[in-house]
Design a protein around this ligand. Structure first.
Ligand code: IDP
Length: 148
């Protein structure tokens, strides 16, 4: 089953949004494979956001994402990568629709509450950066027959 990497950013943790965000993914029908509260070291932040290294906001981005705890998760389910991106809303919260995480909770692109992998390649890469195999659980869940 497809997996994606989702992270509540430091602003979301400070603003008490972990529960709301987890709730949205649970209610949608996705299955939690792993999750942890962690403080990201600069080296991991720079690797995670490597594709933005040349951007003017790179320094600010690394500083922000390492500024406090994040809640990192792996969610699993049919088409979860693309669906999670829709549930997050556009990168800039001012363009994100109501009903999306960024549309409901964010105001600025620098503090947009949530990260989610944007493709199967980045999902695989990001899951590998943040979780080791033992932290991802493979277990039976009783709701699956009512979802699939
Ligand atoms: P995404 O998070 O929606 O995938 P990306 O383009 O991959 O968006 O950008 C990564 C993160 O970098 C964004 O979530 C946002 O927090 C930050 N970011 C993107 N553009 C800007 C900008 O112009 N100024 C400050 N931060 C930005």
């Amino acid at each position: 089953m497809e997996k994606t990497f989702i992270m509540v950013k430091p602003d979301g943790v400070q603003r008490n949004l972990i529960g709301d965000i987890v709730n949205r993914f649970e209610k949608k029908g996705f299955k939690l494979a792993g999750g942890k509260l962690m403080q990201i070291p600069s080296s991991l932040a720079e690797e995670h956001y490597g594709e933005h290294k040349e951007k003017p906001f790179f320094g600010e981005l690394v500083e922000f994402i390492t500024s406090g705890p994040v809640f990192a998760m792996v969610w699993e389910g049919e088409n979860v990568i693309a669906t999670a991106r829709q549930m997050m809303g556009k990168t800039n919260p001012s363009e994100a629709l109501p009903g999306t995480v960024r549309g409901d909770f964010g105001l600025t692109v620098g503090k947009n509450v949530i990260h989610g992998s944007d493709s199967p390649e980045s999902a695989q890469r990001e899951i590998g950066l943040f979780f080791n195999g033992e932290e991802l659980l493979n277990y039976e869940k009783n709701d699956q027959n009512w979802l699939y």
